[in-house]
Design a protein around this ligand. Sequence first.
Ligand SMILES: Cc1cc2nc3c(=O)[nH]c(=O)nc-3n(C[C@H](O)[C@H](O)[C@H](O)COP(=O)(O)OP(=O)(O)OC[C@H]3O[C@@H](n4cnc5c(N)ncnc54)[C@H](O)[C@@H]3O)c2cc1C
Length: 267
Amino acid sequence: MNIIVCVKQIPDPETPSSSFKVDEAAKKVIPAQGIAPVVNPFDPQATEAALRLNEADGGGKVTVISLGAESARDAIKHALAMGADEGVLLNDPSFDGIDNFQTAVALAKAIQKVGEFDLILMGRSAADWDMGVVPSGVGQLLGVPVVSVAKAIEKNGGSVKVERVLDDGFQTVEAPLPAIVSVSNEFGEPRYPQLRQIMLAAKKTVQIWSAADIGLGAEETGAANRWLPLEALYVPKVESNVEIIEGDSPEEKARNLAQKLRAAKLI
Ligand SMILES: Cc1cc2nc3c(=O)[nH]c(=O)nc-3n(C[C@H](O)[C@H](O)[C@H](O)COP(=O)(O)OP(=O)(O)OC[C@H]3O[C@@H](n4cnc5c(N)ncnc54)[C@H](O)[C@@H]3O)c2cc1C
């Protein structure tokens, strides 16, 4: 199958909260000093799904697309080292500050430029903004079915059989190809690239496409043309008051605590 995998580079979710800073005036997250961005944790699972599907099918091609800064090339290289064939980086100054819907438009245009595809695989959500809307947006724009939150994917002739994760169980659905499937962590561990594969990945092509290369005009991209206006961006202030309940014995402390709770009408 011709499979396209979309991977996103995000700030490291393990960044200590003390290093997480926001420029409230510019409504932007300030990149944490000395902490490199990482590939969105669900996206290697999407790459793993693509590789397993083509291995089971006896071959095929996996193309990786990422929209982001020049550093997002590392997210593509990681997928290439896992075994994907080619990469495309969508990089343009006008992509700075675009919203999820503009991202979906750009990815859909890039996918159309890549050409024929049987399956598009994405992560279930990106661990930074965590909205989980890009797969559905791309599906709507390309007019193909979208199956979200997959824990298992199997090709079944001209369709895919997908086991989905629900809040209270699992659901199995089938969708005709071409389709989009978003992959969840329940899919299982992605393979770890070996040194030889990392060296081979260095020789694989990563094309860089600008907004103009994918046919995006100035009226479609840029922060000024967001579909979703960003009103404010701030780190919420968490305040807590602690009172130590005193007493000479555990029983007295418990009695004092109960009296306080009753006075506060909590019991
Ligand atoms: C008003 C507004 C302003 C914003 N401003 C900025 C900003 O200034 N800078 C900034 O970095 N972000 C900004 N964002 C966030 C950015 O638009 C989103 O992170 C991006 O559109 C993806 O949406 P998501 O994180 O919800 O992805 P989800 O829908 O949660 O992602 C699901 C899957 O879609 C695919 N995917 C998502 N994004 C990409 C991508 N870029 N490339 C390849 N695949 C992808 C991946 O497979 C991912 O696992 C802004 C968002 C809003 C709403």
